[in-house]
Design a protein around this ligand. Structure first.
Ligand code: K7E
Ligand code: CUA
Length: 662
């Protein structure tokens, strides 16, 4: 059907171009004439001619254009990079739907601007006495059931502070942030095990565990990494730190991780890139890190059997460090939890094939991806085909565990899969996406099929459900680091260029460019829209969205009140189109104020905002929600508070005065 349509279009295009070029007809409009005189051209063919669109452009437009009121087929969850958040967008339209606040306060959503509930979420991610209000999100992970996205939760990491956040997809809001007590920063996160038993987080720039002070001369002795397994309780929608554990690993600079599935269920895989254990010091005349960590020909893929680790933890074979259960290296080795496998030069991504049988590692400085087989890994372990590293960890024989090496091009980074037996790998230095054939157990069956250029310097890719046991194919998104000349100029800080590719045909085609002017999205996941079933409004009026339960301070209509107890003032307010009740709040300087607001609305989209000038308060109160904030009335004077969502014709009248008597 699609093919027929494209052919039909091409025929019409060819006819129109022929007419335009060869017809010699005076009535044929030229592009310039169309733009200057008659306003916008009217027919499709005139528009195409006026805008200089090729048949490919027209096909791309038809594949992505989504008329008003029509819905997208997929939801794309992009990490927001340095903005510390997550961005939800539709595919194929690439329209942004929500910028979900996670690690960074965001005033539209009332996240971290007074609301007690959201401040508590953010404060759980503080480090010691330092309030952390930034983050760098890298890898979103949708919750899975049997290795398939189930549409319930989304996890996202903060690289800079080694934190993981939980987003509930019933309301697309962040419910929890946990801070890893052993790591100050981490990268290989978040990746979920096939039934979301655990959220995996791998370290990167190793320090002593708990980031205790130790000079760099003590690197090999004291510096360590971990692979942390955060236990997730689906019924509570929370990570349970007390039931989580970490596996200690050498200071090899772990990088990316992925959880095994199907044939490799029970394993987690993390690559690394400083097997040299190089410690830098360019200011002292040492080679810089970039040279020092790239000396050896191989680094190590870490293989962690988390099911065995779980057994060892349950058997009490752990040490508790900073409140986290830790399986130390010797115990992990003795229990068959931890192995290494060599991987070629400066590897980057690790990605497990849909059947779980093959593990693909890309080599930043090597034009190949290396494919490992879980069967071969198991055989090598059973046959003890290993040597030991200096920490006593078995290094499996490379030739014994490797299935194939596929030459793809320069700078391979990350791999995704489709439903036709293809793998797709991003090529950073080539600025291209490579499509290649997965050969199963036939080492010669792994072949490069084609490469498509993208603009420019691609990092991750995300195919539709492309890291699950059931990839969809169809669409692939290229997350490019540089945009260079793709968009109008906005000064020296440019957006990233997110490109949508149609991968359904014989040839991959770029069909949309989406500038992302909100941090650097590293990774994304794309889920079928019908797997998501978010709420339109909260289940009852007076709902606490963080607890996902009726709110303690919910206020019914008619029960609005202000209670004074000494200098403690408690305000129970309701909002509904188009009034705030009460409209006068009388305070005295120095009062401690606890203010609760319930949105009585039950209609879809009837959100009221609330801002209070001079007190740094911004709230978003969605239909049914109750939210609370507290403050000291330190500034006297007359203040206005008002609704900030244009909710009705009388929205501007939705206001009140707060008087603070000196
Ligand atoms: Cu390759 Cu943080 Cu996933 Cu960026 S990492 S590209
Ligand atoms: Cu409520 Cu504007």
């Amino acid at each position: 059907m699609r093919k027929f349509f494209t052919i039909l279009l091409l025929a019409v295009m060819v006819a129109s171009i022929t007419a335009a070029c060869g017809g010699g007809d005076d009535a044929t409009p030229t592009p310039a004439a169309l733009n200057v005189e008659g306003g916008l051209p009217a027919t499709a063919m005139e528009i195409a001619a006026a805008r200089g669109l090729t048949p490919d452009d027209i096909a791309a437009a038809l594949k992505t254009y989504t008329p008003s009121g029509k819905m997208d087929e997929y939801m794309l969850f992009l990490s927001g990079g340095h903005s510390g958040n997550v961005i939800a967008a539709g595919v194929p339209s690439m329209r942004i739907l929500k910028n979900i606040a996670v690690f960074t306060p965001e005033s539209w959503q009332g996240y971290g601007f007074g609301s007690k509930e959201t401040e508590a979420v953010l404060d759980a991610g503080n480090v010691g006495d330092v309030k952390i209000r930034m983050g760098d999100t890298h890898h979103p992970a949708l919750s899975e059931t049997d290795g398939d996205y189930d549409g319930q939760y989304l996890f996202i990491n903060d690289k800079t502070n080694a934190r993981v956040a939980v987003i509930d997809l019933r309301d697309f809001e962040t419910k929890q942030i946990v801070k890893d007590p052993l790591l100050i920063s981490a990268h290989g996160s978040t990746f979920v095990t096939p039934n979301t038993e655990y959220v995996v987080q791998g370290s990167q720039y190793n320090t002593p565990l708990g980031w205790e002070y130790a000079p760099i001369s003590e690197y090999k002795d004291k510096y360590r990494g971990t692979i942390t397994f955060w236990k997730f309780d689906r019924s509570k929608g929370r990570i349970i730190p007390e039931e989580s554990f970490a596996v200690e690993v050498p200071p090899y600079w772990q990088d990316l991780c992925d959880a095994g599935k199907r044939a490799s269920d029970g394993w987690a895989f993390c690559n690394s890139f400083n097997a040299e254990m190089y410690t830098g010091g360019v200011e002292q005349g040492n080679p810089p890190f970039e040279a020092g960590v790239s000396q050896r020909d191989t680094d190590y893929l870490h293989l962690v059997n988390w099911k065995k680790a779980e057994e060892a933890i349950n058997a009490g074979k752990f040490e508790t460090i900073k409140g986290m259960k830790v399986l130390r290296i010797p115990t992990a080795v003795a229990e068959g939890v931890l192995y290494l496998a060599p991987e070629p030069k400066s590897p980057h991504g690790v990605d497990v094939s849909p059947d779980g049988k093959y593990i693909v590692v890309a080599g930043k400085l090597d034009p190949h991806v290396t494919v490992y087989s879980i069967d071969k890994i198991q055989q090598a372990i059973d046959g003890k085909q290993w040597t030991l590293d200096e920490f006593g960890i078995p290094i499996l024989d490379f030739d014994a565990v490797m299935m194939a090496q596929v030459e793809l091009g320069l700078g391979p980074l990350h791999t995704q899969f489709d439903d036709r037996g293809y793998a797709y790998t991003s090529l950073f230095l080539d600025s291209a996406v490579a499509r290649w054939k997965l050969g199963g157990d036939d080492p010669n069956g792994y072949v490069l099929v084609e490469k498509t250029p993208v603009q420019y310097n691609i990092g991750h890719i995300a195919a539709a459900e492309g890291d699950t046991v059931n990839p969809d194919g169809k669409y692939l998104v290229a997350l490019n680091k540089w945009a260079v000349d793709r968009f109008p100029r906005v000064g020296p800080l440019l957006p990233q260029n997110i490109q949508l590719l149609d991968i359904s045909g014989d040839q991959m085609k770029v069909i949309y460019d989406m500038p992302m002017g909100i941090g650097e999205p590293h990774y994304a996941q794309m889920i079928k829209m019908d797997k998501l079933s978010p709420w339109d409004v909260y289940p009852e009026v007076g709902w606490d969205p963080i607890a996902q339960a009726p709110a303690e301070h919910a206020t019914k209509a008619g029960e609005e009140r202000i209670i004074r107890n000494g200098n403690q003032v408690e305000i129970y307010m309701t909002v509904i189109r188009s009034r705030l009740n009460p409209e006068h709040v009388e305070l005295k300087k120095g009062d401690h104020v606890a203010w609760h607001i319930t949105n009585l609305e039950t209609a879809k989209d009837a959100t009221h905002g609330f801002q209070l000038g001079g007190y740094n308060i911004s709230l978003s109160i969605e239909p049914g929600e109750t939210t609370s904030f507290e403050f000291e009335a330190v500034n006297d004077g007359t203040f206005a508070y008002f609704c900030t969502e244009f909710c009705s014709a009388l929205h501007l009248e939705m206001m009140g005065y707060m008087f603070v008597e000196p």
